[in-house]
Design a protein around this ligand. Structure first.
Ligand SMILES: *Cc1c(COP(=O)(O)O)cnc(C)c1O
Length: 354
């Protein structure tokens, strides 16, 4: 701990992103990126902005992007917020909606950034255990709290919860904000967006990083009541008015407009997921039901870390979490069919030599 640092940093354990190797080329199935490129319209639009507009500041309100999102999700423009990746929006949510008076609730196995944000923003929290089948216990979130944050589908399990259960949580927390992180919703599960009209306390967060193949552009968005969106705007404008640059605004807008392209690649990913789920099961793996673009798999006979290390040595990167409850598991992003064939070749090799 440096004497120059804010004392808050003493107990901060920052988020560790999945490896992003810059040297050797791996088959990268470790950070849930989309294996297919963004829509060609997105690339064309980005090339145009680069040539014309970069000497000028972007629109701090990001109106064209908000308009496209509002139209796509049948919302009012005042019910949409955009930010530099959903990670940034989640950080703004912690500042806007949670404080140090009541414990917020999230699952003990979920996106690990929630705990990091709680720590850095001084928000007390309680982690609710998943059940034996790695499902969320809905009742855990129906008690008095400072707010709730749930990923649906959950990560790294891929399991989703029903809208009926989300409504139950919303009804039990009418005076607190319930955040549903829908980073993977386009790959399965039911979106809560439609419930935002009915529940003033619901904020739905989504991202362009997974289903829309734009992890490198850094754009996320949130949808909810005007009251919640205003809270986020206050935080944003007290921090950085230009969180989205011109390239991001233009690229993301074109992505929203090209649903046809994205529906096609999403269908391909879902088809590959189901195909490889069956193959893993045939090989004796335990595979959780996934509504996302990854599979969470374990095998009674093998350690997760051994499989991870073997695959890495063969040029295939997957994600392993050193957390007791899930350390037998690997989280494997669904790649192209070729990526998955290569992965299976190496998994078969691992099984043979083990
Ligand atoms: C990937 C992911 C995010 C972050 O997405 P960005 O928009 O790239 O910041 C947020 N939540 C979950 C559950 C994710 O998996």
């Amino acid at each position: 701990m440096s004497k120059f640092w804010n004392v808050k940093l003493k107990d901060i354990n920052p988020y560790t992103p999945g490896e992003q190797p810059q040297d050797k080329s791996y088959i990268k199935l470790n950070t849930n990126e989309n294996p297919y490129p963004p829509s060609p319209n997105v690339i064309d639009a980005i090339k145009e902005v680069v040539n014309e507009d970069l000497k000028k500041y972007p629109d701090p309100q990001c109106l064209v992007l908000k308009e496209a999102l509002a139209k796509h999700y049948s919302l009012d423009i005042n019910e949409v917020f955009v930010g530099n990746g959903s990670d940034e929006i989640l950080a703004f949510c912690f500042m806007a909606f949670f404080d140090n008076t009541n414990e917020i609730l999230f699952p003990n196995i979920s996106y690990s950034f929630y705990k990091v944000y709680a720590n850095i923003f001084g928000v007390p929290f309680s982690e609710c255990s998943l059940d034996k089948t790695f499902k969320i216990n809905v009742d855990d979130y129906c008690k008095k709290s400072g707010g709730v944050i749930i990923a649906n589908p959950n990560a790294p399990t891929g399991i989703s919860i029903s809208l009926e259960n989300i409504e139950k949580i919303l009804k039990a927390n009418m005076d607190k904000v319930v955040i549903i992180d829908e980073a993977y919703i386009d790959f399965g599960g039911e979106s809560s967006v439609g419930l935002t009209k009915k529940y003033q306390n619901l904020l739905v967060v989504q991202t362009f990083s997974k289903s829309r193949s734009l992890a490198g552009l850094r754009v996320g968005y949130a949808m909810g009541s005007e009251e919640l969106i205003k809270g986020l705007e206050i935080v944003k404008n007290s921090f950085n008015s230009y969180t989205l640059d011109r390239i991001a605004i233009k690229g993301a807008t074109e992505a929203v407009l090209d649903s046809e392209y994205y529906d096609t690649i999403i269908s391909k990913i879902i088809k590959t997921r189901e195909e490889y789920k069956a193959i893993f099961i045939k090989l004796g793996f335990n595979v959780l039901d996934s509504d996302s673009n990854f599979l969470f798999v374990s095998h009674d006979k093998f350690e997760g870390e051994d499989m991870y290390n073997f695959l890495k040595s063969k040029g295939v990167l997957v994600r392993h979490f050193k957390k007791r409850e899930i350390d037998k598991f690997l989280r494997i992003t669904i790649g192209t069919k070729e990526d998955m064939e290569e992965l299976m070749k190496e998994i078969n090799e691992f099984i043979t030599i083990s």
